[in-house]
Each structure stands twice: as C-alpha cells, then as structure tokens.
Design a protein around this ligand. Structure first.
Ligand code: NDP
Length: 328
C-alpha cells in the first residue's frame, strides 16, 4: 500500500477541518495519468478552500491545491509517457477532484499541458493559475484590438498574484501601467515589476458616479464589486476591462452608462475550463514574454508542510505576489 504526504480537508458535524497527513494512493480519484507533484502554488481559491470561507470544495475528503507542476509516473493517455514534465491549472482540481497539496495526483490527461519550453517546474508554479489568468486577460484585451497606443492600462489588486503578473506582462508588452493597490508601501515593488504609476485602491473602492473622467484604455481587474464599477466608469471610449476576480466582492453595482455611452466592453475571464489550444497558447506566451527576473522578484517559496497555514493570509491580502509550494 503506497502512502504519501498530503493536506486533507474533511467535513464533520463541527464543520471543516484541515490536516497534514498520510494519504493512501488507493484513495486517489479516477484519472488516466498519475503525476509525482513537485510544485504547486498558493492562489486565492486555495485560501477559500482551506479556510472554508466560500463553498468552493464540493467533495470531501478533499486535497486542496488548484495547480501543480510535476513528472508523469504512469499514463494511459496517448499524449503522455512516464518522465514527461507537465503542468495543470483548473478543471476543478482542489475543488471537485483531489488536488495538488500532495506528493501524488491522479488526473485526466486532457487537463494537463506539457511544461512549456523555457520554464522550470518551479517557475511554472511561480506563474501558476494566477499568472496564467493574467495572460488570459492580456490576450482578451489584445483580441479586442487594444494596443499601448490607445492609452494606459490599469491593474487592480496589483500586489497580489494575478496583479503582479499582470503588471509585469503589460509593462513588457509596452503598456503604461497604472497599478492600484491597498499597500502603498509596495510602490517600489510594483515599479520594479514595470508599473509607471501607483494609485491607492481607496480611489476606486467606494461607490462613484456612473461615468467619470476617462483614465485608462484597458484594465485587468482582480477585485470586482464597487472597484470594478468604478474601473468601468473611468475607462476610455471603446476601451475594455478584463474581469477575473472578486477580492473585494462578487457583486457588480454598475450601470449601463459605460457600455452604451462610451462603448466600453467587459471581458469575462474564466481560467478553469479554457479549451486546450488557447491554454497551450497562453503558456507558450508566458514562457516567452514574462520577464524571469520580474517573476523571481514576485515569488516566495514555502514547503508543503507550511502551506496549510497560509489560507487566511491570502484571503486578507497579506500575501505579496506569488507563493510556490515546494513538494517533491
Ligand atoms: P491575491 O490575494 O494574491 O490577490 C488579490 C489582491 O486583491 C490582494 O493582494 C490585494 O491587492 C487586493 N485586495 C484584497 N482584498 C481586497 C479588498 N477587500 N478590496 C480591494 N482589493 C483587495 O489573489 P489572486 O491573485 O490569486 O487572485 C485574485 C482574484 O482573482 C481572486 O478573487 C481570485 O479568485 C480570482 N481569480 C480568478 C480566476 C479566474 O479564472 N477567473 C483565476 C485566478 C484568480 P493590493 O494589496 O495590491 O490592493
């Protein structure tokens, strides 16, 4: 009987518990590829899962962890053979399917992508779901036809995971980046990633007018709620906002004014079930375009045994940039 280390969420009458324990390989869920997990990441959704703050976990027991990189151990999938280096984000891993905070994972091979050329397994998880989502946001803004010549690009939640990678990617692509943060003490960090201007997130946090001064042509919003409403109200005519997050809240108290009077577009981003060709294209671009020095500057590392106590920290906005979980 093979056992391995894993974080496990259980639900009992007293509520949810999280423990670091030995897990029996026989209890892994169905899948055609078994991976020796070497790295994972800490994402906002992992915080929700580990603390039980939101009902993102739909099956118990659950191993949390929504993304991993690792090496294929066994495979019945035509695309993968033992020894292949792979990456996974999304598909309900860590929510409905046993996840990444473990030394082994068994998954559907269709969910995997080969480790992109140019990134190590640790770098791939420094990018992780958050960075991959930032790239999907940039791709959506570009597909809308916007370029740096149209005006500045705003990033909200800029010191967080999605935000930090978004700042670096936009700056690298030539945008004048305005970073909105609640941590003004991180201004130098954000300038180091490529931000040209830093604004206090309080500017955008409170209810505002249906339309305001036109300040940016594009935005990547990880925050939602009143912030997103204000971001839309201050987007230039024919601009676009890629919305991927809800760090302030799930609501969106906006009006139709930005859409019908300025032709602003709201672009929804869902990284979980992105079809394979787009997923591979996003990873290939990340490997080519993300400045690896910027990636290193935004990355912290923790061991598997430590990640279980970081759930509250990420939900309360205390985690800067990305956190790689070292496993194998
Ligand atoms: P992080 O916690 O790393 O980043 C979120 C950032 O938002 C914080 O660092 C903070 O930045 C800011 N923030 C936190 N609380 C508030 C608040 N109350 N009001 C305004 N700003 C706040 O999380 P991630 O980067 O991992 O994820 C960001 C969001 O994107 C989450 O909501 C997550 O669920 C979502 N997401 C969605 C995906 C999708 O597929 N759509 C995929 C990945 C993430 P600062 O201190 O700089 O203000």
């Amino acid at each position: 009987m093979v056992r391995f280390k894993a974080w496990v969420i259980e639900k009992g009458e007293a509520g949810q518990t999280l423990s670091f324990t030995d897990f029996d390989a026989a209890d892994l869920m169905d899948g055609d590829v078994t991976v020796r997990v070497t790295h994972s990441g800490l994402n906002y959704k992992d915080g929700l899962a580990m603390t039980g703050r939101s009902p993102v976990v739909r099956r118990f027991p659950m191993i949390p962890g929504i993304d991993f990189s690792g090496v294929v151990e066994t495979s019945d999938h035509p695309d993968y053979t033992p020894g292949d280096a792979v990456v996974l984000t999304g598909w309900g891993v860590g929510e409905t399917h046993l996840g990444a905070y473990a030394e082994r994972a068994r998954v559907n091979g269709d969910w995997l992508v080969p480790l992109p050329n140019g990134l190590s397994p640790a770098q791939a998880m420094a990018v992780g779901t958050a960075g991959y989502t930032a790239m999907l946001c940039l791709m959506a803004i570009e597909a809308h036809g916007l370029t740096p010549a149209d005006g500045p690009a705003l990033v909200t939640g800029a010191s967080g995971g999605v935000g930090s990678v978004a700042v670096a990617l936009l700056a690298r692509a030539g945008w004048h980046v305005i970073a909105s943060t609640g941590r003004m003490e991180e201004a130098d960090y954000l300038r180091g990633l490529g931000a040209s201007e830093i604004i206090d997130r309080e500017d955008l946090a409170k209810p505002g007018k249906p339309l305001g001064k036109e300040r940016w042509a594009a935005a990547i919003d990880a925050v939602g709620s009143t912030t997103l409403a204000n971001v839309l109200a201050q987007t230039k005519s024919d601009g676009a906002v890629a919305a991927c997050g809800l760090a302030q809240g799930m609501d969106l108290p906006t009006s139709v004014a930005p859409f019908i009077l300025r032709g602003v577009s709201l672009l929804g981003i869902n990284s979980v079930t992105t079809p394979r060709p787009k997923r591979r294209a996003a990873w290939a671009r990340l490997a080519k375009e993300l400045d690896l020095a910027a990636l290193a500057a935004m990355t912290n590392r923790v061991g598997l045994a430590e990640v279980g106590r970081l759930g509250e920290d990420i939900l309360s906005g205390k985690v800067r940039g990305r956190t790689v979980v070292e496993i194998g």
